[in-house]
Design a binder for this molecule. Structure first.
Ligand code: SF4
Ligand code: F3S
Length: 106
């Protein structure tokens, strides 16, 4: 499955949602995750993410591995999102900031 990682937090552009044929995305207050049960590995979403936050499970950077489990867990408790919405007004300022996991709201 594909995995959403740290740089999505507080950016949450949602462009990924528009292309997913499996409706595999789930939405929290400031982050999106992919359900490994829903993802069909079509590889369409990574290139759509302006923040470069989506990786195939085997290619998740070493310092982001915790997001594999986090995607699976949060997909169980967050509602599915199937439509694009406007990103936070300060999304650009947060793009590229490291360790945004400290700002993750569950
Ligand atoms: Fe959806 Fe395809 Fe991305 Fe999986 S890889 S989350 S199926 S767009
Ligand atoms: Fe997040 Fe990128 Fe989607 S910032 S909401 S994974 S387009």
């Amino acid at each position: 499955a594909f995995v959403v990682t740290d740089n999505c937090i507080k950016c949450k552009y949602t462009d990924c949602v528009a292309v997913c044929p499996a409706d595999a995305f789930y939405e929290g207050p400031n982050f999106l995750v992919i359900s490994p049960d829903d993802c069909i590995d079509c590889d369409l979403c990574p290139v759509e993410c302006p923040a470069g936050a989506i990786f195939q499970e085997d290619e998740v950077p070493e310092d982001q591995k915790e997001f594999i489990k986090l995607n699976a867990e949060l997909a169980e408790i967050w509602p599915r999102i199937t439509e694009v919405k406007a990103p936070p007004s300060d999304a650009k300022e947060w793009d590229g900031v490291k360790n945004k996991i400290n700002h993750l709201i569950i």
